[in-house]
Design a protein around this ligand. Structure first.
Ligand code: SAH
Length: 501
């Protein structure tokens, strides 16, 4: 969500003539787009603000801004702890950034713009104060030009006891389906091949107009019909809103990735109740069962919080059991961080000692790492369709360190991409494959990624790369012609099939 917000703010600023600088020392303005989900994220921003202080002292005309959730949550506190900050702008007011900078530059002093607090007015007035900010996009600001996020909803109404998001991002508000589809078409015209729909609970999407209700499954149908788009993903899912209709849409629409992030958060019914998650483990298992029955090779991922208020050893064991039982593709595991303004902060003491949180975090991570490796191993020997995202981390680091890229005589580097099920694949190939969907033969697997090579059959890899059209290999009839993956085979071992169209 923050990556998208940053893209949009930068796009608006560029239209006003601003450009990206290489470092704060080269910049006329420095913005921190912040997160409030855990204390750690806020601490990092205060450290960064400390670092920019000297620069600001040297050059008082430097504009320093704090944007996003921390600005919304701690508007006064930010200015108190870092009085050198000129701009404090919440996530519902980001459209105001360009004019607020002008205000600072014109000498109007510090500018603070945030939305109404949820307790401060009617739902409508609060909702109106959180404006969705989705102006024209700027392809140059995306992490890659061929992948983009599109917002389906702003805000959240789930009010999990631990979570600050409903407070800082405001009430849930859906965007009209026509706006979402128009944005997708425009992005595809600009060269986007993969779109990820994002919402705090994206599968709760609902838009009613003229007596007709549009849900996420309908949005997926609309996106799937866009020519030139290859992959559709969506995050994050709320377990209770994982309807059969949605599952079947994921199963049946060829461009929709069989990758579903559905955070369970915990493995104990008692803890889930204290977290106010609104489901039991039995219900989560039922949902997971429906999902795996419909799409047996689907990659399901989760988030977990260890050390939530009152978590006992037995309760933690249930979470460990769940991770071992469901074998998620991967899980994001967090130590509980009390957030002012949440129900848990007000009513439940943060009573699990830090060292216990740490130990449980490690144990859960180990269990997940084992599951991730077990999930990747069956890919060895298979051929996967991979959207090539860029240099691998290894070669990216080398490039960043100024080392000559590890280009071999035939001009290959180590590239990284993803399968339809979101598995990371690294392989040596020419740099110009970035942004394409290519076949990769998987040769080895680790917990975080698998590695492989371009297929030899049908031509040497160098030959394959020299002929750009040849590697848009499709397992489908040529008439499909977009390199889309055969959906029922995605991420499944696919030994021995004919592969060159
Ligand atoms: N609505 C989105 C984003 C929530 S924040 C979603 O459901 O994914 C992302 C993850 O951070 C959550 O799933 C949760 O596991 C974790 N998280 C949220 N609040 C937290 C807190 N107070 N302490 C630790 N982890 C937290």
């Amino acid at each position: 969500m923050n990556v998208l917000d940053s893209e949009l703010v930068v796009a608006a600023l560029r239209r006003q003539g601003w450009q990206m600088a290489q470092s704060p020392a080269d910049a006329d303005a420095v913005f921190y787009n912040t997160c409030s989900v855990r204390q750690h994220a806020e601490d990092k921003v205060y450290s960064a603000l400390g670092r920019v202080r000297a620069e600001k002292a040297k050059r008082p005309e430097l504009v320093v801004g704090v944007l996003g959730c921390m600005a919304q949550k701690d508007q006064e506190l930010v200015r108190k702890r870092a009085p050198w900050v000129d701009l404090v702008v919440g996530p519902g007011q980001l459209h105001r950034v360009p004019s607020l900078i002008d205000g600072v530059l014109a000498g109007s002093g510090p500018q603070i713009e945030v939305s109404l607090d949820r307790a401060a007015g009617s739902r409508e007035s609060v909702a109106r104060s959180f404006e969705s900010y989705d102006p024209d996009r700027d392809p140059e600001m995306r992490p890659t030009p061929f992948q983009a996020f599109i917002r389906t909803q702003t805000g959240c109404d789930k009010f999990c006891a631990f979570c600050v998001v409903p407070r800082v991002r405001g009430p849930e508000q859906a965007r009209p389906p026509a706006a979402i589809l128009a944005e997708a078409k425009k992005l595809v015209d600009e060269g986007c091949r993969e779109i990820t729909l994002i919402g705090q609970t994206v599968n709760s999407y609902r838009w009613t107009e003229g007596g007709r209700t549009t849900r996420l499954a309908d949005l997926l149908v609309g996106l799937d019909a866009i020519d030139g788009l290859d992959r559709i993903r969506f995050v994050t899912n709320y377990p209770r809103d994982m309807t059969d209709e949605l599952i079947h849409a994921v199963r049946d629409l060829p461009k929709v990735c069989h990758y579903l992030h559905v955070p369970a958060q915990h493995g104990s019914d008692d803890v889930l109740k204290r977290m106010k998650r609104g489901y039991t483990i039995g219900e989560y298992l039922e949902m997971h069962g429906r999902l795996m029955e419909a799409i047996p090779h689907a990659a399901v991922t989760s988030d977990f919080i260890v050390g939530f208020c009152g978590e006992t050893d037995d309760e933690f064991q249930l979470m460990l059991d769940l991770v071992q039982k469901l074998q998620f593709k991967n899980s994001f595991i967090f130590k509980y961080s009390p957030r002012p303004g949440t129900k848990a902060f007000q009513r439940q003491p943060d009573d699990v000692p830090e060292d216990v949180k740490k130990a449980r975090h490690r144990l859960l991570l180990d269990a997940q790492t084992e599951a991730s490796l077990a999930g990747n191993l069956p890919l060895v020997g298979s051929r996967q369709q991979v959207l090539v995202e860029g240099l691998s981390r290894r070669d990216e680091k080398r490039a960043a360190a100024g080392e000559a890229e590890a280009e071999t005589a035939d001009g290959t580097v180590q590239l990284s991409g993803r399968t339809m099920c979101d598995r990371i694949v690294v392989f040596d190939a020419p740099r110009r494959l970035i942004g394409r969907i290519v076949d990769v033969d998987i040769l080895a697997a680790g917990p975080w990624a698998v590695s492989g090579a371009l297929p030899l059959a049908g031509g040497e890899p160098s030959q394959l790369a020299a002929e750009p059209e040849v590697h848009t290999i499709s397992l489908l009839p040529v008439s499909r012609g977009n390199g889309a993956t055969e959906p029922t085979a995605a991420d499944q071992p696919q030994a021995g099939h004919a592969h060159h169209a």
